[in-house]
Design a protein around this ligand. Structure first.
Ligand code: AMP
Length: 207
């Protein structure tokens, strides 16, 4: 099954994609994670992506589309994948459709995770990632049992100033995808306000 998780930054796409990856045994493909890995490894791709990410802007479509095109052809994607944070523009969605078609594949389900903007800033600025396991926590709502052990870090773009721009970018460039996929009868909406388990169960019911 090929699934897209749509939704504003901080809505919990990454958390849910990681859980779905375990439940469904298909890989999470997070373009944000791929870019962050490239930045860490100081590759050319990473250097280019960082310029955009630090400001909360989107990395250009050509770069992002090529990255995903290669990733979905890897062998672990043969039974399906969970796209987390891609597509983010109509151009990306159209390119994805073409690329999948040439591989004899298609998108089966688009889960639109919904959360009010007023809740997003607090969720994002409190978000921390474990350097050890990559697990995502929230300092107030979902703290780790042993903070030191997890060696938490904050993403460079999870500051209040950058979040405001990321939300603006989401509303202007990404949210039109909800309707784009709705016209293809693929969009299913899930309220992302509850706890992690309940949201996961709501998604699993759609799968
Ligand atoms: P995320 O981890 O999904 O919140 O993405 C973090 C940042 O990576 C975004 O703010 C963008 O700068 C960049 N990024 C991730 N996915 C995409 C995408 N599909 N298109 C363009 N830029 C992206």
């Amino acid at each position: 099954m090929n699934i897209i998780l749509l939704g504003p930054p901080g809505v919990g796409k990454g958390t849910q994609a990681k859980l779905l990856q375990e439940k469904l045994n298909i890989p999470q493909i997070s373009t944000g994670d791929l870019f962050r890995a490239a930045i860490k490894n100081q590759t050319e791709l990473g250097k280019k992506a960082k310029e955009y990410m630090d400001k909360g802007n989107l990395v250009p479509d050509e770069i992002t589309n090529d990255l995903v095109k290669l990733r979905i052809q890897e062998s672990d994607c043969k039974n399906g994948f969970i796209l987390d944070g891609y597509p983010r523009t109509i151009n990306q969605a159209e390119t994805l459709e073409k690329n999948l078609e040439s591989l004899g594949k298609k998108i089966d389900l688009v889960v639109s995770l919904e959360l009010d903007d007023s809740l997003i800033v607090e969720r994002i600025t409190g978000r921390r990632t474990s350097k050890k396991t990559g697990k995502i926590y929230h300092i107030k709502y979902n703290p780790p049992i042993d903070e030191k052990e997890e060696d938490l870090e904050q993403r460079a773009d999870d500051t209040e100033e950058v979040v405001v721009n990321r939300l603006k970018v989401y509303h202007s460039q990404t949210s039109p995808l909800i309707e784009f996929y709705n016209l293809k009868n693929l969009t299913k909406t899930v309220n992302a306000e509850g706890n992690v388990e309940d949201i996961l169960n709501s998604i699993l019911k759609l799968v």
